[in-house]
Design a protein. Structure first.
Ligand code: GLU
Length: 447
C-alpha cells in the first residue's frame, strides 16, 4: 500500500500567521487521521526574501503546537535536481524561452483586455526563429521560460470542492524560470511533491488555478498528481477580508503576548468552516478521530479572534497542576494554589496576579459606610486555622449579627480582603490568605 504523505510548505518570508497555521493544523490532522506522514518543506527558492530566522520561527511555532514532522527539506538545497528536470522539460519541448520585457507583456495584456478578450499570453515567443534568438542573445537579453500547457481539459476531484474543471486552452503558459535562471515555486513544488512521494496536497483555494497548471506539470514529468484539497480562505467575523489585525496575527504573538495555549488555536482552526462544532479540546486526538474533508463547507468561514480567548479560558481551567508546574513563570505556585484558583483564569499567567493578591500588600477598597461592618466581621472571625469551611460559618454568624444578606453581606468582605470586586470564591480565598493576613486586612479596612 502507498504510504500516505502530506506536506506543509511555508515560505520563510515572515512569521506564521493565522491563515497559514490553519493550513498546517488541518494538514497535520488530515495526515494523522489517515495514518500518514507529515512533511515540513521550506519553500525558500526566493533567496532574497527567505530568512533563516523565519525558518527557525516556523519550526518553533510548529513544535510548540505539537505539529511534529516526519520529513524535512529546504528547496534551496535541491537546485541540482531542479536543473536536471528543467533540462528534461526543455528537451521535451515543454519549456520555451521568452524574451518579452514586463512592459511589453503589460501592453499585450492591456490590448487584449481592451478588445474584450482574456489576457492570455499569446505564445509570441514560439514564433521566434533561431536568428531572432541569436540576435536577442547578442544584445545581452536573457530569457525567462514558460511551461507549454496542453490545450486540453484539466479535471480533478478535489477533496473539498468536488470536481474542478479547467480548460488548458484558456490558460496562460506559466513562467517557471526567471531571467536569472532560478526556478519558480510552481516548478520546485511539483518536483518536490513528486520526489518526496507526497500523496495529498492541502492548501488555500487561492491556489486552485495554480493546481490546474501543476497537474499538467506532474504529467509532463511522468508523475501522477497527488490528491488535492483546497480550503476556503477564512475571513474576519464581519465577513470582510481578513482584517489587518487578524491577518497579521502571528502564532508567536498569541503565544508570547496573549498567553494562548496551543490547543486553543488547534481547537478553533481544525473545526472552523466544518460541520462539526467548535469545542475546547485539551488534546488533539478527538480532532483526528472526527476529521473528514467532506465536513468542510465551500463558504468563507468567519473567524472571531475572541473565540480563541474563550477556548483558551476553558482549556486553562481544565488543566491539571502537572500540566503547568514546570513553566518558569509558575515557580511560586503550588498545587493547592493552582487547584483553588484555576477556575478563574483566562490564561495560565493570570495565576500570578492572584498570587500577588493573596501574598502582597493590597489596598482595601471598602466604602466608609461599610467600615463598621468590617469591624464586626473581624470580631466574629472564628478562632483557629482558616479552612474553606470557615467562610460558611463566619458569614452565617455575620448575617445574624449585621442583618445583612446577599451582596451587602459578601462584597465588603471581598473588597476588604482582596481589594477587588470580583475574583475566586471567597471560601477559597480566605483559606489561601490564612489567618494572619485575613486579620490584618480586616483591621486595615476597618480603620
Ligand atoms: N510556499 C507556498 C505558499 O506558502 C506553498 C503553497 C503550496 O502548498 O503548494 O503559498
Amino acid at each position: 500500500m502507498t504510504q500516505i504523505k502530506y506536506r506543509f510548505a511555508p515560505s520563510p518570508t515572515g512569521k506564521i500567521h493565522i491563515g497559514n497555521v490553519r493550513t498546517a493544523i488541518i494538514t497535520w490532522i488530515a495526515a494523522k487521521s489517515m495514518n500518514g506522514e507529515f512533511m515540513l518543506r521550506i519553500d525558500d527558492t526566493d533567496l532574497e526574501r527567505s530568512k533563516d530566522e523565519f525558518t527557525d520561527a516556523i519550526k518553533t511555532d510548529l513544535t510548540w503546537l505539537g505539529l511534529n514532522w516526519d520529513d524535512y527539506a529546504h528547496q534551496r538545497d535541491r537546485t541540482a535536481r531542479y536543473d536536471e528536470l528543467i533540462q528534461k522539460l526543455k528537451d521535451d519541448g515543454r519549456l520555451y524561452a521568452c524574451y518579452e520585457t514586463s512592459e511589453q507583456l503589460d501592453l499585450k495584456r492591456k490590448a487584449l483586455l481592451n478588445a474584450g478578450k482574456p489576457p492570455m499570453y499569446d505564445r509570441g515567443a514560439l514564433d521566434l526563429t533561431a536568428d531572432d534568438i541569436a540576435k536577442l542573445e547578442a544584445e545581452g537579453k536573457k530569457p525567462h521560460w514558460r511551461f507549454k500547457l496542453n490545450h486540453a481539459p484539466i479535471v480533478w476531484n478535489d477533496l473539498v470542492r468536488g470536481e474542478i474543471k479547467f480548460d488548458g486552452s484558456l490558460m496562460s503558459d506559466p513562467v517557471l524560470i526567471r531571467e536569472d535562471g532560478s526556478p519558480l515555486y510552481h516548478l520546485c513544488s511539483v518536483i518536490d511533491d513528486m520526489d518526496f512521494g507526497i500523496t495529498h496536497v492541502t492548501r488555500g483555494e487561492d491556489h486552485v488555478s495554480n493546481t490546474a497548471a501543476h497537474i499538467q506539470m506532474f504529467e509532463a514529468l511522468g508523475a501522477t498528481p497527488p490528491q488535492m484539497a483546497h480550503l476556503p480562505l477564512i475571513s474576519d467575523i464581519d465577513g470582510g477580508k481578513l482584517s489587518k489585525r487578524l491577518g497579521s496575527l502571528s502564532v508567536e504573538d498569541l503565544r508570547e503576548n496573549d498567553g494562548i495555549e496551543p490547543m486553543a488555536i488547534i481547537s478553533l482552526l481544525a473545526r472552523l468552516g466544518t460541520s462539526d462544532p467548535i469545542e475546547a479540546y485539551t488534546n488533539v486526538q478527538p480532532l483526528i478521530d472526527t476529521f473528514d474533508f467532506t465536513k468542510f463547507g465551500r463558504g468563507t468561514p468567519k473567524m472571531d479572534v475572541r473565540e480563541i480567548e474563550r477556548l483558551n479560558a476553558r482549556i486553562v481551567r481544565d488543566m491539571d497542576y502537572t500540566d503547568v508546574k514546570d513553566r518558569p513563570e509558575l515557580s511560586n505556585i503550588d498545587e493547592n494554589f493552582w487547584n483553588n484558583i484555576r477556575a478563574n483564569l483566562n490564561k495560565v499567567s493570570d495565576i500570578n496576579d492572584w498570587h500577588h493578591v493573596t501574598q502582597d500588600t493590597i489596598e482595601p477598597c471598602v466604602a466608609d459606610e461599610d467600615k463598621e461592618y468590617i469591624a464586626t466581621a473581624l470580631s466574629t472571625l472564628p478562632d483557629g486555622d482558616i479552612t474553606p469551611d470557615t467562610w460558611k460559618s463566619w458569614t452565617g454568624v455575620l448575617k445574624e449579627q449585621s442583618g445583612r444578606k446577599g451582596k451587602q453581606l459578601f462584597m465588603p468582605l471581598r473588597q476588604a480582603l482582596t481589594g477587588m470586586d470580583h475574583g475566586p470564591e471567597m471560601d477559597k480565598m480566605i483559606a489561601l490568605l490564612g489567618r494572619d493576613r485575613t486579620v490584618r486586612r480586616l483591621e486595615r479596612a476597618a480603620a
